[in-house]
Every structure is written in C-alpha cells, then in structure tokens.
Design a protein. Structure first.
Length: 117
C-alpha cells in the first residue's frame, strides 16, 4: 500500500494558539477604533442653545455573548431631533450618520492593526 505523510501541524497548532486574544485586548482594540469615530462625531455635532450637546457624548465598550461592541452615546435627549429633524428644523439632519460614514474606514484600519499585532 502506498501512503503519504503530512508534516507541519505542530507549527500550525502553535501559530493558532498564539493568535488567541484576551477579552481585555479585544476591548482595547474596539475602544481605540470607536474613539476615532467619536472625535469626528464630536466635531460635527451642532452646539445647540445650551452648548452641552458635545459635552454629553460618551463611548462605551462592552462584552456581549460572543462579541465586543462599541457604542457612541449622545447623552442629550434632543440629539435625536437634531439627527432626524423635526417639522420646524431640518438643517442638521444626518450629522451623526455622516460623521460615522466619513470615519469608519479609518476606524476599521485601526481595529485591524490592533487585532493583528
């Protein structure tokens, strides 16, 4: 009978074991990438009458069942009116979406760089 021999699986196993990330490393990578988006959102956020809209922007990174998620939280209750507009006001419509879309590629590059270290 003829046969064949495979080699190199020990190195592959070692490589795969070295690739594992801890939860802290995952959260740190997501935090760095979400901070890029948060800075752009903050710079594009309308000031409003009280001027507190920019001060109430927060970021949050949390571990769910199988994923690490990052959130940008707009703390002022009226930011939804700024983002989607009202019957009287429509001049800031879409500021949050535009901010996220303009910075998402940079955030993904940072995330990839941090995870592949």
């Amino acid at each position: 009978m003829s046969g064949f021999e495979l080699s190199g699986f020990e190195e592959l196993e070692t490589l795969l074991q070295d690739m594992t990330l801890t939860e802290a490393e995952e959260k740190k990578a997501v935090k760095k990438s979400i901070d890029v988006i948060a800075k752009v959102v903050e710079s594009n956020t309308p000031i409003g009458k009280t001027g507190s809209t920019k001060k109430q922007i927060k970021t949050k990174v949390s571990k769910d069942d199988f994923s690490v998620t990052g959130q940008i939280i707009m703390g002022a209750f009226y930011t939804g009116f700024e983002e989607f507009g009202t019957s009287q006001q429509k001049h800031h419509v879409g500021f949050f979406e535009r901010s996220v879309n303009s910075s998402q590629n940079e955030a993904l590059e940072i995330l990839a760089k941090e995870l592949l270290k």
